[in-house]
Design a protein around this ligand. Structure first.
Ligand code: ADP
Ligand code: ADP
Ligand code: SF4
Ligand code: SF4
Length: 603
């Protein structure tokens, strides 16, 4: 066994606890050695000596901020250590293997080292092989990977023969660093004379003269994807390319990337939308471990088997269980998991409604929802989904039409974009959750175990809400929205920035809350697997984005998905083993067969 001890820099606050961890350590007390002491360097945090520490866990128990993690890992793993972020920092074992002409996907929880791994493969981060007391040379790195495909890859990196084009994960900050309109920016990025054509294929030509500061999240994402693909690089890396894109756009960027991969270059994708990852990748690597503590990269798996193994929670090639329970999908979307014995009644009803916002017009077909029901909301970007949700939240007055609730409904609403301004100054994560529901911060309460812990929010209780990263803020907003005792939950794109397990955890909570409390939730979502997982019925939006939208009445999931997919000309089958929806490749046997039968969504 080898032991690694990690101290989370953001959580550790020695001034508040007066180094309680150090004072309880039995090794220190025995005076036989020092296992933990205050760092004399500028960090001013404790440092744990892994070779002296006996792993008793007392320091972990006493730390008020859950800042310490100590894990025992198999000794052999040390040979695979690739990078460590300093003493008591996160440690990465193994690397994904790029394959020329193939799209290699990376799947894993947030905080397990996906970005670290791709930065290393892009040549942006020189791996230190876990060695912290001296500079590691490229010769040593190449030697470490001797006999594997990574040996030649690192030889190329060492000789500066690898040029990387990297679409980063958090695109929101990009407009602060670049200036100009869409066309000029594409032309500037262009090294292969293809940028404008790629932009056109993603529909950017309609906004060529729009300034980058005025782009929506989806438009910015498409601009950056086209710019990245237009580089003359050896490896193309896409970190979460589907964020902010609607279903059709997700398929479009996937097709574009798959087509470009034919150029025999290396392509790597980090993606949490399982249907997109499945559609796009030839192989996948699973990264597992403990978020923020360590991550281990699996061997490559074929995409279907790899995703199924991941869902199963067991990796056969490494004989490793990565999760206690498998993730199961309902085989039939129409199979409601609500308790059919209990009485349902109309909970909320609306007439035909017209809403005008500037030059955009939305008409909504009359409809209703029953108690205990989850209604999915899906459609292209800029078609009026947020407008509809704001109308339900009572934030927008329609031109005509009305909403009828059978009693006064308390609403809990998570808007699409979450920024620091949403949280009052000075409030910590714990305060925000406590305000939403005091039960949420009580360890062992249902909300704490199923929501707060699953989203890893307990590890950041003491951080100021406004100081969180985009993804962390999103999780906090969702947790606060779902913790509130409400009658109507409105969630606008809850999946953005969340990993697969977090998405499913939220999906489960939404279902449980609505079922148990006999309330209703509306969830706008572009991840079709999540949409399928949570929805009893779905409202499909269509029309002309930015001009006018039409919201159909809620329909049973299968029917609604069929309607959506037939418009998009996409067919979906179900994986025989896992029951998860899979997108058929265009023109494949199943695609043609299902289209002939007009069964766009097979259940
Ligand atoms: P993922 O992409 O899977 O979310 P990352 O590779 O971004 O994971 O980060 C893995 C862990 O490494 C993070 O939880 C963080 O604790 C740590 N980490 C990332 N970057 C740094 C850094 N520059 N310095 C110290 N620790 C870092
Ligand atoms: P979705 O949620 O489907 O992406 P939205 O409801 O956010 O769509 O927006 C629909 C359209 O309405 C967009 O073209 C958007 O630019 C426009 N819109 C939204 N809010 C306003 C507003 N306050 N004034 C004018 N137009 C708006
Ligand atoms: Fe000391 Fe290690 Fe025990 Fe912590 S786990 S108290 S550092 S011996
Ligand atoms: Fe205090 Fe915990 Fe940091 Fe130790 S690890 S100094 S107990 S906050």
């Amino acid at each position: 066994m080898t032991r690694i001890a990690v101290i989370d820099d953001d959580s550790c606050k020695p001034k508040k606890c007066n180094y309680e961890c150090i004072s309880v350590c039995p090794i220190n007390k025995s005076k036989k050695g020092v296992a933990i002491e205050a760092d004399t360097s500028s960090r001013g945090k404790p440092v744990i000596y892994e070779d002296v520490c006996i792993g008793c866990g007392l320091c972990i128990k006493v730390c008020p901020f859950e800042a310490i993690s100590i894990v025992n890992l198999p000794e052999e793993l040390e040979e695979e250590s690739v990078h460590r972020y300093g003493v008591n920092g996160f440690k990465l074992y193994g690397l994904p293997i790029p394959k020329a002409g193939q799209v290699v996907g990376i799947l894993g929880k947030n905080g397990t080292g996906k970005t670290t791994a791709i930065k290393i493969l892009a040549g942006e981060l020189k791996p230190n092989l876990g060695i912290l007391d001296k500079e590691v040379s490229y010769d040593e790195i190449i030697r470490r990977f001797r006999g594997s495909e990574l040996q030649t890859y690192f030889q190329k990196i060492a000789n500066k023969k690898i040029r990387a084009a990297h679409k980063i994960q958090y695109i929101d900050l990009v407009p602060r660093h670049i200036k100009g309109d869409v066309k000029t920016l594409l032309q500037k990025a262009d090294e292969r004379g293809v940028a404008l054509e790629l932009g056109k294929q993603l529909g950017l030509d309609k906004i060529f003269d729009r300034d980058v500061r005025n782009l929506s999240g989806g438009e910015l994402q498409k601009l950056l994807i086209a710019a990245t693909l237009s580089k003359d690089a050896d490896i193309y890396i896409f970190d979460e390319p589907s964020s902010y894109l609607d279903v059709k756009e997700r398929i479009n960027i996937s097709k574009l990337i798959m087509n470009e991969a034919k150029r025999n270059k290396y392509f790597m994708i980090v993606e949490h939308d399982l249907a997109v990852l499945d559609y796009l990748s030839d192989y996948i690597h699973i990264i597992y471990g403990d978020p923020g503590v360590y991550g281990i990269v699996s061997k490559p798996y074929g995409v279907r088997v790899g995703i199924n193994n991941y869902l199963d929670g067991y990796l056969p090639s490494e004989n490793m269980r990565i999760r206690k329970d498998p993730i199961q999908f309902r085989k039939l979307a129409s199979e409601s998991i609500t308790n059919t014995n209990s009485k349902t009644y109309k909970y909320l009803e609306w007439d035909n409604v017209n809403i005008v916002r500037g030059s955009f017009k939305l008409d909504v077909e009359a409809g209703y929802v029953t108690n205990g029901e989850v209604v999915g909301v899906v459609g292209p970007n800029a078609i009026g989904k947020t407008t509809f949700i704001k109308f339900l939240a009572g934030e927008l007055k329609p031109e005509n039409g009305n909403i009828i609730a059978y009693r006064e409904l308390k609403i809990s609403y998570k808007p699409q974009y979450i920024g620091p301004e949403m949280f009052p100054e000075g409030l910590r994560v714990e305060d925000v959750l406590k305000l939403a529901n005091p039960e949420a911060i009580i360890p062992n309460s249902w909300l704490y175990l199923e929501l707060i812990q699953k989203l890893n929010l307990n590890r950041m209780f003491d951080r100021e809400a406004r100081s969180l990263s985009g993804g962390e803020m999103q999780k906090l907003a969702i947790a606060a929205t779902l913790s509130s005792n409400a009658d109507l939950y409105l969630l606008d794109e809850p999946s953005a920035h969340l990993d697969v397990e977090e998405r499913l955890a939220i999906g489960k909570i939404i279902r449980r809350l609505t079922e148990i409390r006999k309330v209703t939730a509306f969830v706008a979502e572009h991840d079709i697997i999540i949409l399928d997982f949570i929805s009893d019925r779905i409202i499909v939006f269509n029309g002309e984005p930015g001009m006018h939208g039409h919201a159909n009445t809620p329909k049973e999931t299968k029917k609604a998905m069929n309607e959506l997919l037939s418009e998009l000309k996409i067919t979906i089958r179900r994986d025989a083993e896992s029951g998860r929806p899979r997108i058929n490749k265009e023109g494949s046997y199943l695609d043609r067969l299902q289209k002939t039968k007009e069964e766009y969504y097979a259940t």
